[in-house]
Design a binder for this molecule. Structure first.
Ligand code: HEC
Length: 335
């Protein structure tokens, strides 16, 4: 910055000036606008003060920090579309119609925020009444619901409603029995071929880890579920596929699974489309990460304990070293 400060003095005609902080900042700004990283820019800054654009008036109706964040997102989007990196730019051009899910303010996304367990319970209801017709959830057992969204008696009642193939019995035959809480959720199709055959060749993926398995996590699943729309002019979608701008390729084999009031919540929450989508996403986050709440609680404990321990250790270190650091060594030559 030494060249810049010299430059400032040169433009002011060599008169003696007491450098003030604001003056230094102005000069720094002029140097930066002039493209401070190369000598040409610095020379330009030397010759003429940088014409600064007038400050932009705040846009009406967009108060506070959210506008700032939105602007930053838009700028980020423009940079990416413009081919921020060459390879990425050309790859994105092919999927120009693809939308990326925006980040949603999930109640559990804070560093210390737990899952909304009422929402998990509603989400289970959505899975049971809607998604389980096509999607399995094979890594979740009825016992996992206990203490999370259901009581033990409720989980037992839920398990007993399904018939589980067990066996073989003493005659070597398989038999059906009512489910137990140790059973995993039943699958809608016996195998992947049956699943494909029933869905126009598309395989409904297992939902146990879906929010971890897709970029964007629950933001993506929420956008996918609520994002179905008519294809834009000039785009045709094959028979049996549906247009969804959030799905890679935009043609998805899943018919829009939810709409407002597709079910009635046990707890009386109005079952709007976005409420249903939000609840199923919260449930799927729990399914993919059952340790979510425990993990954050342990993190908080770790921070608290290490905070105590580190200050204690620091005190102890000062205490032990105080004698060593304040001692005086004297050389007494032998007489
Ligand atoms: C009628 C059957 C059916 C129902 C009901 C259904 N789905 Fe699907 N789902 C599918 C099929 C088929 C696919 C595979 C689509 C493809 O690959 O083109 C799929 C794919 C998905 C995907 C993966 C998309 C991707 O990125 O690969 C998610 C997530 C999903 N479904 C969530 C849900 C949720 C949540 C529900 C319940 C609200 C639900 N589905 C209900 C049939 C269904």
């Amino acid at each position: 910055t030494s060249a810049a400060s010299d430059g400032g003095d040169a433009t002011s005609g060599g008169s003696v000036r007491v450098p003030s902080t604001s003056g230094r900042w102005r000069r720094f700004g002029a140097w930066r606008c002039g493209g401070g990283c190369c000598c040409r820019g610095r020379l330009r800054a030397l010759r003429s003060p940088c014409p600064r654009p007038p400050p932009r008036a705040p846009r009406p109706g967009r108060a506070g920090g959210r506008g700032g964040a939105a602007r930053r997102w838009r700028r980020w989007g423009r940079w990416r579309r413009g081919g921020g990196t060459l390879a990425l730019g050309s790859a994105l051009a092919a999927g120009e119609l693809e939308l990326h899910p925006p980040p949603f303010p999930w109640s559990h996304s804070g560093a210390l925020a737990a899952l909304d367990h009422a929402s998990v319970r509603r989400g289970f209801q959505v899975y049971r009444q809607v998604c389980s017709a096509c999607h399995s959830l094979e890594y979740v057992a009825f016992r996992n619901l206990i203490g999370v969204s259901h009581t033990e008696a409720e989980a037992k009642a839920l398990a007993e409603e399904v018939q589980i193939l067990d066996g073989p019995d003493e005659n070597g035959e398989m038999f059906l029995r009512p489910g137990k809480i140790s059973d995993y959720f039943p699958k809608p199709y016996p195998n992947t071929e049956a699943a494909r055959a029933a869905n126009n060749g598309a395989l409904p993926p297992d939902l146990s880890y879906i929010v971890n398995a897709r970029h964007g996590g629950e933001d993506y699943v929420f956008s996918l579920l609520t994002g179905y729309c008519d294809p834009p002019t000039g785009v045709t979608v094959r028979e049996g596929l549906y247009y969804n701008p959030y799905f890679p390729g935009q043609a998805i084999g899943m018919a829009p699974p939810i709409y407002s009031e597709i079910l009635e919540y046990d707890d009386g929450t109005p079952a709007t489309m976005s409420q249903i989508a939000k609840d199923i996403c919260t449930f799927l986050r729990w399914a993919a990460e059952p340790e979510h709440d425990h993990r954050k609680r342990m993190g908080l404990k770790m921070l608290m304990i290490s905070g105590l321990l580190i200050s204690l250790l620091y005190y102890l270190k000062r205490h032990k070293w105080s004698v060593l650091k304040s001692r005086k060594m004297v050389y007494r030559p032998p007489k």
